[in-house]
Design a binder for this molecule. Sequence first.
Ligand code: THG
Length: 367
Amino acid sequence: MVLLSPSRRLRRTPFSDGVEAAGVSAYTVYNHMLLPTVFRSVQEDYHHLKSAVQLWDVACERQVELRGPDACRLMQMLTPRDLRGMLPGQCYYMPIVDETGGMLNDPVAVKLAEDRWWISIADSDLLYWVKGIANGWRLDVLVDEPDVSPLAVQGPKADDLMAAVFGDAVRDIRFFRFGMFQFQGRDMVVARSGYSKQGGFEIYVEGGDIGMPLWHALMEAGAGMDVRAGCPNAIERIESGLLSYGNDMTDDNTPHECGLGRFCNTHTAIGCIGRDALLRVAKEGPVQQIRALAIDGPAVPGCDRWWPVRANDKVVGRLSSAAWSPDFGVNVGIGMIRMTHWDDGTDVVVETPDGPRAAVVQENFWN
Ligand code: THG
């Protein structure tokens, strides 16, 4: 892979200086912004994430802010997840679909107040869809991208590190809830969430100027906890079954195909765009679905395109993510598998760039 040429279009983040001082060795681009992918090596980063604590520059999880009297109504137009029971202080993982029921994004929604929400987006230009709906329906709501940059603190020692900087009260934040905490006199949303299953928090940092002071404070407080700069880890997130929009699913897929049916309440999500299409697919059920795959043999190369999945020489699916798992001693993968072959324990063959590999379809992921 060649280097990325910097320009104004490829946005840096409030934490990029810290990330680079910490020796980032690879970036990807996410929401037109830099997202670190490797520091020491993907495997070293993985072991460290699972045993210590890391600071992640996930500023690329941009916020779409909805503010005004119609914010609630617009939110429910965007998602088949029923939001009526959601209270300020809660976060919801939710699919966002188009009029055909195709996935446009799979963000975390943050309800700040009845009339103020953040949609913490995955890698697609959701802002334009939301602005288009708000204007087309003449809704009384402001839609924009605020200067808010999430910083994640992930790993088994995340509670201790966060308590050292924000006080012991952060330990009481429940999963997918948030509280307001102060750092150097600035209010920050601190949520127990993040793109790993090792536990941790996300700090929604408002104002780029406070980014590096917070980064340094966390690094200093964590010196005795072996804190390091890290990033979403390919191996850990595949083991955990955390989906990557644009990789594991696109707007060609329904939430049900993505295994996100549990986050849809299509019958009661009145006003949701794509509701009729989803009611149809929910009734009939999907004909393909996301599955975990265990792939035989030595470490597979990185997966940067679909790998065909076959059985008896017929294509029965495609693999979108794969990595060698040191902890499970097998290659872990995520693929979209047709219903004829999606049962737990089904033998298939994955066409890797290194040649065909035997694999087993699994109902469940590893964590
Ligand atoms: N945090 C925040 N914003 C984000 C992400 C994040 N935006 C981009 C991307 N990640 C969105 N995708 C996901 C995918 C999975 C989860 C969160 C965001 C996730 N899933 C858990 C699971 O599937 O087990 C929990 C879901 C639940 O039970 O509600 O956390 O990471 N701010």
